[in-house]
Design a protein around this ligand. Structure first.
Ligand code: BT5
Length: 245
């Protein structure tokens, strides 16, 4: 199904390998922002670095957004976190969701969703950025990996995927508009309030070196700022983090 309105073009699919891959191909063929690709089922749902996203049919939302923000490449991490923020806001009346840096949506210490950011290139200003969202809605505990949860598991009731999808789209439009008009400080403040990583110890890999440090903030690009045991400040980007605790 293909539906248009003034902001969104929504592409609804039944089964797809990965909504991110599908959206990427559409974007390469010129799809405008904000094109939204949503599927009932993914056969090769992707996490970061070759990890899998478990995507059972009609149990969760598998959605990818094509954005063309026309911003510097180093803002892509912040765009991913901006989307995570939109999800926490959209569902705030149902459930309290926090963000674990950089891309995990958490209920307590259980993962309910994740965000995957991919760009057309690492040129100074990429032509497009795909932000994928996987969110567990009606999964029962036995349909989830360990340390994961779903809306239904948390609230002991099932939800209309379509309704949740609509609530999320509404909030994504609002928060993305703020991102585009460079309300970076406001967005970072709101993300920071939801970010359980702050105050925690992070183990990151920088080149061949592993460093430990206490996370104390995120910067304008969504990079995590940490202080090591000598009080020296370091800046961590998504690609460099191996492990977070
Ligand atoms: C993520 O990766 O958390 C980003 C996931 C993004 C998925 C969406 S679905 C729509 C779009 N199309 C795609 O192909 N992908 C995006 P990462 O941080 O690498 O986390 C992956 C890890 O989370 C896995 O290795 C598992 O441990 C765990 N995991 C897998 N499926 C899960 C699920 N359904 N719920 C909770 N945790 C899961």
């Amino acid at each position: 199904m293909d539906r248009k309105n003034s902001y969104l073009k929504i592409v609804k699919l039944d089964t797809v390998s990965s909504t991110n891959d599908y959206a990427f191909a559409l974007a390469e063929a010129g799809a405008r922002e904000i094109t939204v690709v949503s599927a009932k089922h993914q056969t090769k749902g992707k996490g970061r670095r070759g990890r899998k996203w478990i995507s059972p049919k009609n149990k969760g939302l598998y959605v990818s957004f094509i954005f063309r923000p026309d911003k510097e490449f180093n803002k892509v991490y912040l765009l991913g976190m901006t989307l995570a923020l939109a999800i926490t806001k959209a569902l705030s009346e149902i459930l309290s969701i926090n963000i674990k840096w950089p891309n995990d949506l958490m209920v307590g210490n259980k993962k309910i969703g994740g965000v995957l950011v991919e760009t057309s290139s690492s040129k100074r200003i990429p032509a497009f950025t795909i932000v994928g969202l996987g969110l567990n809605i009606n999964n029962s505990p036995d349909e989830l990996p360990r340390q994961a949860t779903s809306l239904a598991t948390e609230k002991q009731q099932t939800y209309s995927l379509e309704k949740i999808f609509k609530i999320i789209l509404k909030e994504v439009i609002i928060v993305y508009a703020r991102f585009k008009r460079d309300d970076t400080a406001g967005i970072i403040n709101e993300i920071s309030a939801q970010l359980t990583t702050l105050g925690k110890t992070v183990t990151a890999q920088i080149g061949a070196k592993k460093i430990n440090g206490k996370a104390y903030a995120i910067d304008d690009c969504g990079a995590l700022l940490i202080k090591d045991s000598q009080g020296k400040k370091k800046r961590i980007l998504t690609s460099q983090v191996q492990h977070l605790r």
